[in-house]
Design a protein around this ligand. Structure first.
Ligand SMILES: Cc1cc2nc3c(=O)[nH]c(=O)nc-3n(C[C@H](O)[C@H](O)[C@H](O)COP(=O)(O)OP(=O)(O)OC[C@H]3O[C@@H](n4cnc5c(N)ncnc54)[C@H](O)[C@@H]3O)c2cc1C
Length: 443
């Protein structure tokens, strides 16, 4: 049975990415705990899912009202952070470009239909602009003319949405955490979680953590916010699985560069194609990513648990050749301008997928003082400013709609349904999933 921490407790947070920093800040504001964040790399950790040039911020969530509400709650914070940064002459972390959600051949998918309905019913209908004819899309966004002609000819734009510079947002929140007195221990030896330190007499009590340098760190409560690494660090009993999803950058030349700098964040019939992208950023990078239902696995040898494979240990990795081929074929229709551009950067970014695509924020059922906050399932960044307050409630044993939705799951997903179960394994050289060569990234 979980025991919430008492005032004066030391809380160790393992993982200083999106979920970890947000929680550290929320806990620190309470002024009653000693909060220490451990990370295996200096923050922002270079291969954390939250370290990126852009992530989509949208409250369009189909019929998942809880996530819609959570993101709506986050929106004013994004604007507030922009104000804080403007005062320090720093660039905004949130760009309100709008999010363009396209349907196909005159029809919206259920995700777009349900999103519009839920948003209107929540009283935010003023943010939705429907673009129901091909001409109306082209008139507003001439950069998408060819996309429209290729069938993505019905759309709506949510004017409240946009994208965040997630790496800068993490740095911003890190600064706020330091300002509130959060302690940090970072680096491959002293900051890297190796194992839980369990009580010899009661294996259900976590005494603290052991780091890679062998040091034992005592804690009253341990929170694991290790993103896609979580399933390979503690036994989460098949609740979570690390899955890899590909990201590509292109670097359009002028005048296209400038033209594509003013497009909104976009998604092309996302449920069917999985492709979405962002405007060209200040460094001239055009990012397009593929959210597909299962992602890649990288099972480790000892127990086949999928573990993120990143540039930290594999500096020369590109992305699987199958992903390049799929992207080239799909983007020829969805974003034809990329057909004459080299892919200048690739990355596999890792989700912590839960069995049902919802977050997992819960006391671990096997321990009295261990909490897991992970299972982002590829959609956690947008709620960076507020997710920590909800995780804080779980740590303190306060029930809410969120704690109930994110509780330890008691059901498992039937085979071949949900995300867990149908994957490609990356880089094994079989099934066409070897990594692409640099030449194969050229147009
Ligand atoms: C391709 C891709 C696209 C995405 N797009 C979007 C989007 O458009 N919008 C959106 O809202 N979300 C998006 N996301 C999801 C978002 O990035 C994640 O939900 C979010 O980053 C999860 O935060 P986290 O704190 O759980 O994990 P992370 O941000 O990955 O942080 C985990 C931290 O744990 C640390 N760690 C790992 N192992 C150890 C260890 N042994 N010891 C100590 N520290 C450790 C890591 O260094 C890291 O700092 C995307 C994710 C990916 C992969």
């Amino acid at each position: 049975m979980y025991m919430p921490p008492k005032p004066g407790s030391k809380i160790i947070i393992v993982g200083g990415g999106c979920f970890g920093l947000s929680t550290a800040f929320a806990l620190a504001l309470k002024k009653k705990y000693h909060v220490v964040v451990f990370d295996r790399q200096p923050i922002p950790s270079s291969d954390a899912a939250s370290t990126d040039i852009s992530k989509c911020v949208r409250y369009d969530y189909g019929n998942k009202l809880l996530y819609m509400q959570l993101t709506m709650e986050a929106m004013p914070h994004w604007h507030q952070w922009n104000k804080e940064r403007a005062e320090q002459n720093e660039s905004p972390v949130f760009e309100q470009t709008g999010v363009l959600l396209m349907g196909y051949q005159g029809t919206f998918g259920p995700y777009e239909e349900q999103s519009m309905q839920a948003i209107c019913e929540a009283g935010y209908g003023h943010a939705i602009e429907k673009l129901l004819t091909p001409e109306s899309i082209i008139q507003k966004y001439p950069q998408f003319e060819q996309t429209v002609r290729n069938g993505y000819d019905i759309a709506y734009v949510n004017k409240d949405g946009g994208w965040c510079n997630s790496e800068e947002a993490i740095k911003h929140l890190y600064g706020k955490c330091v300002g509130e007195g959060v302690d940090f221990v970072v680096g491959q030896d002293q900051g890297c979680f190796e194992d839980l330190w369990l009580d010899d007499n009661d294996k259900g009590i976590v005494k603290g953590i052991v780091t890679q340098d062998g040091t034992h760190h005592v804690a009253d409560t341990v929170l694991m916010t290790t993103g896609a690494w979580t399933a390979s660090l503690v036994d989460v009993k098949d609740q979570l699985q690390a899955t890899g999803h590909v990201v590509m950058h292109f670097e359009p030349k002028e005048p296209l560069r400038q033209s594509l700098a003013s497009i909104p964040a976009w998604a092309a019939d996302i449920t069917r194609t999985g492709y979405y992208g962002f405007p060209v950023n200040a460094d001239g990078k055009l990012k397009i990513a593929h959210h597909f239902e299962s992602g890649y696995l990288n099972p480790r040898e000892k127990d086949h648990v999928s573990t993120p494979r990143t540039h930290v240990d594999h500096a020369n990795d590109t992305i699987p050749i199958s992903a390049v081929q799929h992207a080239r074929a799909s983007l020829a229709e969805i974003f034809p301008a990329t057909s004459s551009m080299d892919i200048t950067y690739t990355r596999t970014c890792w989700y912590s997928d839960s069995v049902d695509g919802g977050y997992l924020v819960s006391p671990h059922p096997s321990y009295k003082n261990l909490v897991i906050a992970s299972g982002d399932s590829g959609h956690g960044m947008k709620v960076l400013p507020v997710i920590g307050y909800k995780i804080c409630h779980v740590i303190e044993g306060i029930e809410s709609d969120y704690s109930r939705a994110w509780a330890w799951r008691t059901t498992t997903v039937p085979e071949n349904q949900g995300n867990i179960g149908k994957h490609k394994t990356m880089g094994d050289g079989q099934h066409n999933d070897r990594f692409a060569t640099q030449d194969e990234l050229l147009c």
